[in-house]
Design a protein around this ligand. Structure first.
Ligand code: ATR
Length: 287
């Protein structure tokens, strides 16, 4: 009898626009693996049932996305150190009946920063826009990677304060401060940072705008956006005009997926095949 297909999926709400099914299905196909990856729309009040369902139905694992990354932790049996420090899980593996949680977002970002820009956070002054779930995984990894200084700017100042306290209390990283997101603050900090990272949803279609003094960007800045729809956000476009070096969000998406794929399958992710497929899909969506 042939071996049962191993099933993977992504749990989120809403889920229709997720690129994860395309990304992982391409990788599975390219490597000829006996796996299947599907999207699942899971309402917040069904999250526990859905997670236990992964185990009951013999799934190999799942990706976890908005808005479930924090809430999902309570249903898992084991959570790795990284995810524990971040306080969020984006990858579940079912191993001998145990639900294990991981977080590959911070790794995805740092890998993209290193491979595409040749940059590491060590010794760098960083301006982090946003203090949500994505910001949290980036901030923790930037702190662990010995950034010199992290300034968090967020529209809701209390959330920025919380993230700054998290870095201090959980990681012992004290070169962190939090400021409100406004023109004056951005103006003040742009003059003294090396790397600017947008981890908010601003830049996505309908995602609002920044009070951003784009003219202060310079060739000395590295400007990163975790938004990947569109591939080139307004921030990146304006940064390029100022001759800053820019890092689009697609690389982070691919690298976080790459580590998750290895966690489930033990196989190396076919990065180039996946990058081509996603670039084509995003160009198609934009057209
Ligand atoms: P994610 O998990 O993708 O980070 P999130 O936790 O909802 O999602 O966080 C979204 C981030 O984008 C937050 O930092 C949010 O700012 P608030 O904490 O003030 O809500 C930020 N954000 C969303 N829309 C924004 C806008 N129009 N202007 C500025 N910041 C915005």
């Amino acid at each position: 009898m042939s071996e049962l297909r191993k099933v993977l999926g992504v749990l989120g709400y809403p889920i229709t626009h997720s690129l994860s099914p395309l990304m992982h299905s391409r990788a599975i196909h390219a490597l000829g693996l006996n796996y299947l990856y599907l999207p699942f729309e899971v309402l917040p009040d069904q999250l526990g049932s859905a997670v236990y369902g992964l185990r009951a139905l013999g799934f190999r694992g799942a990706s976890v996305t908005i808005p479930h990354k924090e809430q999902v932790m309570q249903y898992l049996d084991e959570i790795d150190d990284d995810a524990q420090l971040i306080g969020a899980v984006n990858t579940i593996r079912v191993e001998e009946g145990k639900l294990q949680g991981f977080n590959t977002d911070g790794y995805g970002f740092l890998t993209s920063l290193k491979e595409e820009m040749g940059e590491i956070p060590e010794g760098k002054r960083i301006l982090l826009l946003g203090a949500g779930g994505a910001a949290r995984s980036l901030a923790v990894h930037l702190a662990l990677a010995k950034a010199k200084e992290i300034t968090i700017v967020n529209r809701t100042p209390s959330r920025g304060e919380q993230l700054a306290s998290h870095l201090q209390d959980r990681i012992g990283f004290f070169s962190v401060s939090s400021r409100p997101l406004n023109h004056a603050v951005l103006k003040e900090y742009l003059l003294r940072v090396d790397i600017v990272i947008n981890s908010t949803s601003v830049g996505m279609k309908g995602g609002g705008e920044f009070p951003f003094p784009y003219h202060l960007l310079s060739p000395d800045h590295v400007v990163c956006d975790i938004v990947y729809t569109p591939l080139e956000t307004e921030l990146l476009k304006r940064a390029k005009e100022q001759h800053a070096r820019v890092l689009p969000g697609l690389g982070m998406l691919i690298n976080q997926g790459s580590l998750a794929f290895e966690i489930w399958t033990g196989k190396k992710f076919p990065v180039e095949v996946v990058r081509d497929a996603l670039t084509a899909e995003l160009a198609h969506r934009q057209a």
